[in-house]
Design a protein around this ligand. Structure first.
Ligand code: ZN
Ligand code: ZN
Length: 458
């Protein structure tokens, strides 16, 4: 009897002392990571968003439907607060788009208008092309050198796991149209910023420069850029281009915000974001339905904990990342709060595994970094001691206001094969990889919210 009594009492005593002593933060982080791995929510959310809403071009009726979707989903997840914050924008809506080689060998070209591009005349533009194999060669052309021509830049972006090839090539799409216009071009075509070899062009936003004529601009699929290179090597090439996008002034979009208040220091905020809008060609599964699914699931898991972490966890689903509007709008509206946002991160790099976390330099080598590393090891991820590559487009404005950012690196080796194309659809997402990314984000967010570490550089 006494043996039995002791055997029964000891686990009870152990359980009682465990309830009295505060649980190590790493234990809670490991538990929430395991819960995320088992939770089907992340895949279910991106499945629901891409099926029930589909594409979500900012400022359109589809955007408004996505916001209603987000409010309903987040509203059922146990947050203390779910609300929207609207901001104005000019919506851009794709229209008919086509192009063809007229001479010397008539054939169709696969391309798509860049977001923000002006339209051609109703019957299109026909002109000889001036082809540059690198962007630097275009920039080296003198004023007037491209008069009456369609400028074409066929520089390839480089495939790397962390996606840095995209940033390096980005000016070709962003600034290229105005640089070509300054030199006299009547239209601008670029090789898609994409790493695939399919005939699906990759869209994306351009930024017209003040003072330069606004010319129509579109992205060619990779094989079509190759074809123009071969044709141009043989002699003059004439191309016809028709683009018929339109704009809608005085449109609006919304950032959708949800919070799980902290139990001890609710005024301190750990912010995790993703963007709800997408381009219109696919259904925005990897960009950025996956990010929406990751941060919403993390928020749900934290909001439903029996004991919340010390700090508040805030989820922001940004409304117009692709149009470069939601980050600036959020940053301007929350500038006064920047001191209270202790850390921010954004999930906007697809649905694959997170392999590394890069923390603000202020916590390099700290106990926080060590605890995170220990938590991530079983998940197949590590803490990279280098400084973050950047937080993400939507939190860039907060970063400029002094908010520390962390970078969670997902495997992006094939991300730019489908990014911004008609192929960005749900079938590209592996539910287990998405759950792993969600687990890493959950462990990271929980630890940051439970700790009292200062992520700001001293
Ligand atoms: Zn994105
Ligand atoms: Zn995008």
């Amino acid at each position: 009897m006494r043996m039995w009594g002791a055997a029964l009492l000891m686990p009870l005593a152990a359980a009682l002392s465990a309830a009295q002593a505060p649980e190590p933060a790493a234990t809670g982080a490991a538990r929430i990571a395991q819960a995320a791995l088992r939770d089907p929510s992340s895949y279910a959310l991106v499945e629901s968003l891409t099926t029930e809403v589909g594409q979500r071009l900012a400022g359109t009726a589809a955007d408004a439907r996505a916001v209603e979707w987000a409010k309903a989903k987040l509203g059922a997840m146990g947050f203390d607060d779910v609300h929207t914050e609207s901001f104005p924008l000019t919506a851009w809506i794709r229209g008919a788009e086509s192009a063809e080689v007229v001479a010397p060998a008539p054939q169709k070209l696969a391309l798509t208008a860049l977001g923000g591009s002006v339209a051609t005349d109703a019957d299109g533009i026909e002109a000889e092309i001036a082809l540059f194999r690198t962007y630097a060669e275009l920039l080296a052309a003198s004023q007037g050198a491209l008069a009456g021509k369609i400028a074409v830049v066929t520089q390839r972006m480089v495939r790397v796991q962390h996606g840095g090839g995209y940033g390096a090539a980005n000016p070709i799409r962003r600034a290229g149209p105005s640089e070509a216009a300054k030199r006299g071009a009547v239209a601008y075509l670029l090789r898609s910023l994409g790493t695939d070899d399919h005939r699906l062009p990759h869209t994306g936003a351009l930024s017209y420069a003040e003072g330069a004529p606004r010319i129509p601009a579109a992205a060619l699929s990779n094989p079509d850029a190759d074809q123009l290179e071969r044709l141009a090597a043989r002699g003059p090439v004439r191309v016809r281009l028709l683009l018929a996008p339109r704009t809608q002034e005085n449109a609006q979009s919304w950032n959708v915000v949800a919070e799980a208040k902290g139990r001890a220091r609710p005024e301190e905020i750990v912010l995790i974001g993703a963007h709800l809008d997408s381009w219109d060609l696919g259904t925005g599964a990897i960009d950025d339905g996956a990010g929406v699914a990751i941060v919403a699931t993390v928020g749900k898991l934290i909001a439903s904990l029996p004991q919340r972490p010390q700090r508040t966890v805030r989820i922001v689903l940004f409304g117009a990342e692709e149009m470069d509007r939601s980050g600036p709008a959020y940053g301007a509206a929350h500038e006064g709060e920047a001191r209270r946002i202790v850390l921010a991160s954004e999930a906007d790099f697809g649905a694959r595994r997170v392999y590394a976390v890069l923390l603000p330099t202020a916590v390099a080598g700290s106990d926080f970094a060590k605890a995170l590393a220990a938590t991530l090891a079983p998940l197949g991820a590590f803490v990279d001691p280098r400084a973050p590559l950047g937080g993400g487009d939507d939190i860039h404005q907060l970063q400029k206001a002094g908010v520390p950012v962390a970078y969670l690196g997902q495997n992006g080796l094939d991300y730019f094969d489908i990014h911004h194309t008609a192929d960005d659809t749900l079938d590209k997402i592996d539910a287990r990889e998405l759950a792993q990314a969600t687990a890493v984000w959950a462990a990271f967010t929980y630890l940051a919210a439970e700790s009292d570490v200062d992520f700001r550089a001293k």
